[in-house]
Design a protein. Structure first.
Length: 133
């Protein structure tokens, strides 16, 4: 099944994809939705950490797993916090009508949920490899 095919290689490839996409998507979000440099910083740190973890796994799989697992843990925490904030904002009463957002809130929540799910799968792939070796 799907879980049986997840291993360190899957986790590494997913880390490279996420490590590249997170800063790019964070920059788009920062420019289009919330022009705030502070909201871009966590995406940049998580992306860099995932790329360092993927690189370390390529150099030494055994010691690199620790870095990659820690990077996935950070990414999961950031996605969870972002998802929580988006859901909370969706149900918060609005006093002043805000302009229509570029991306519908439901789509942003779905994207964050999908990202959280993929990050969890990346962590599972990384940890399954640790357990098997």
């Amino acid at each position: 099944g799907l879980i049986d095919d997840m291993n360190l290689g899957f986790s590494r490839v997913l880390a490279i994809v996420f490590g590249t996409a997170l800063p790019l998507l964070g920059m788009v979000r920062n420019l289009m939705l919330e022009p705030d440099a502070g909201s871009f910083f966590p995406d940049l740190v998580a992306g860099a950490f995932l790329l360092v973890g993927a690189w370390r796994v390529g150099v030494s799989p055994h010691s690199g797993q620790r870095f990659l697992a820690a990077a996935w843990g950070l990414t999961i925490g950031l996605f969870y916090a972002d998802l929580h904030d988006q859901i909370e904002a969706m149900y918060r009463p609005v006093i002043v009508e805000a302009p229509t957002p570029f991306i519908p809130p439901e789509l942003a929540i779905a994207a964050s949920g999908f990202g959280l799910l993929m990050a969890i799968l990346g962590l599972i792939g990384c940890l399954r490899s640790t357990r098997k070796s």
